[in-house]
Each structure stands twice: as structure tokens, then as C-alpha cells.
Design a binder for this molecule. Structure first.
Ligand SMILES: CC(C)(COP(=O)(O)OP(=O)(O)OC[C@H]1O[C@@H](n2cnc3c(N)ncnc32)[C@H](O)[C@@H]1OP(=O)(O)O)[C@@H](O)C(=O)NCCC(=O)NCCS
Length: 207
């Protein structure tokens, strides 16, 4: 028998409408499958160099490119599809503010990479990124049965590093001059969380 499950705190799973989409939710945010209607917002967010600055996607998006990407994305297994991040806007209303998800899932080693972008810049530094990451971790460990969740982040992206550290990620290493951006090779940091670390932390927080 495995360790005692950790009770969820302000965390729920909801089955939506007739589509049967399962989502993860806290009091402030929810993660849900992407819809075609979401695409124009990604085009708008990624047209801003400040939002794109530290993302793998270094060129602006086009609507036609997004539509092609969306069709390809639907052919991936459901667990590996990116999710939309919504912010609770009161009275049962939600506002789409960004994207997040697990990718590069290695089912034999139970390892996956996570990524996040809050497209609405006015909402940065309000704890939402940390909340999204915590939700992704819970989903990764409790639903996808992952053992290790990792991410890569530009060394210059201090806001993101602080976010990941607050969510429990541990610095694992530095890939020196791994990415070429803005005329120079940039270091990229590797962070990870192991399931046992996450469990201990979640249990301590629940006490
Ligand atoms: C990175 C990102 C997800 C963080 O989300 P967020 O909602 O702003 O994060 P949070 O508010 O939960 O935490 C941000 C923390 O960084 C801190 N911070 C902000 N700027 C900082 C800086 N220059 N140096 C150090 N810390 C900084 C904030 O003060 C806050 O910490 P605190 O709660 O201790 O005060 C979001 O800013 C984003 O999507 N950025 C654009 C895309 C991106 O960079 N994605 C990550 C790619 S790896």
C-alpha cells in the first residue's frame, strides 16, 4: 500500500458541460482544455516581446499558424495537450489569462516537463503563476502518476525562478550558453520536483 493520500486544499476536479472535460481548479484559477476560440488571445499575448522573451517560442504567432498548430495538438494524447489557465472573475465567470501544461512525458520513467505563461502582464506578481504551478504538480503526481517533474528556465528569468522555488522546485543544474537570444548565448537552469519531496511539502502545509 502506498503512503496516505494528502487531502486537497481548495482544490477540486469538475466535469464540465456535455463535453466531459475534466479540469483542475483552486479558488482563484482553473486549468481546462484549450478551445479553438482561445487562439486569438495567444496570438495577442505572444505578439508582445516581453511575454515571449523567455519562452521557447521566440517568434510572434500568426492566426493561420495557430490554427494549424491546434489541429496538430488535437492528435496528441489528451494528457500531453497544453491547458488554458483561467482566472476566477466572480459570479461563476472565468477569464482566460494564459497557458500551462505537461509535455515531453516519458511514461517509462514517469517523468515530464512543465511549462507556463501568464499572457496577461498586468496579472504578474500576484501569486497566480505559483498557484498554477502547484496545481500542475498536483495533477502530475496525483493523476498522471509522475515521479519527477522538471522544467527549464532562462537564468535571466528571475521572476520565473522565484515562482518555481515558491512552488517547491529544486535547482538541479545549469546548461551553460544553451540558448541563443538577443545576440548572446544564455544559460538555462534545470529545476525539478520529485514526488516524495512534493508529498512531504504538501503534508507539512496541510498541518
Ligand atoms: C513567470 C510567470 C509564470 C510567473 O507568474 P507570476 O504570476 O508573475 O508569479 P508569482 O506572482 O506567483 O511569483 C512571482 C515572484 O517573483 C518575484 N519577482 C518578480 N520579479 C522578480 C525579479 N526581477 N527578481 C526576483 N524576483 C522577482 C515576485 O516578487 C514574486 O515573488 P514573491 O511572491 O516572493 O514576492 C509569469 O510572470 C509569466 O508567465 N511570464 C512570461 C512567460 C514566462 O516567462 N514563462 C516562464 C518560462 S520558463
Amino acid at each position: 500500500m502506498g503512503p496516505r493520500p494528502i487531502p486537497p486544499r481548495a482544490f477540486g476536479r469538475h466535469r464540465l458541460g456535455s463535453g466531459g472535460d475534466i479540469m483542475m481548479q483552486t479558488t482563484r484559477i482553473r486549468l481546462r482544455p484549450l478551445e479553438r476560440e482561445d487562439l486569438p488571445r495567444y496570438v495577442a499575448w505572444f505578439s508582445d516581446p516581453e511575454v515571449r522573451q523567455y519562452l521557447a517560442r521566440y517568434l510572434p504567432l500568426s492566426m493561420v499558424g495557430e490554427e494549424k498548430w491546434f489541429e496538430e495538438m488535437l492528435t496528441r494524447p489528451e494528457d500531453e495537450r497544453p491547458l488554458a489557465v483561467d482566472l476566477h472573475a466572480g459570479e461563476g465567470a472565468w477569464r482566460h489569462i494564459g497557458g500551462a501544461g505537461h509535455h515531453n512525458i516519458d511514461w517509462r520513467n514517469h517523468s515530464a516537463e512543465v511549462g507556463i505563461a501568464i499572457g496577461e502582464k498586468s496579472l504578474w506578481n500576484q501569486g497566480l503563476g505559483t498557484e498554477v504551478m502547484e496545481t500542475l504538480l498536483r495533477h502530475g503526481f496525483e493523476t498522471l502518476n509522475l515521479h519527477r517533474i522538471f522544467l527549464r528556465v532562462f537564468a535571466a528569468n528571475r521572476r520565473a525562478q522565484r515562482t518555481y522555488e515558491k512552488a517547491g522546485f529544486v535547482l538541479e543544474g545549469r546548461m551553460r550558453q544553451a540558448e541563443f537570444r538577443e545576440g548572446a548565448y544564455q544559460d538555462v537552469l534545470l529545476y525539478s520536483v520529485l514526488r516524495d519531496e512534493w508529498r512531504s511539502r504538501a503534508a507539512a502545509k496541510a498541518r
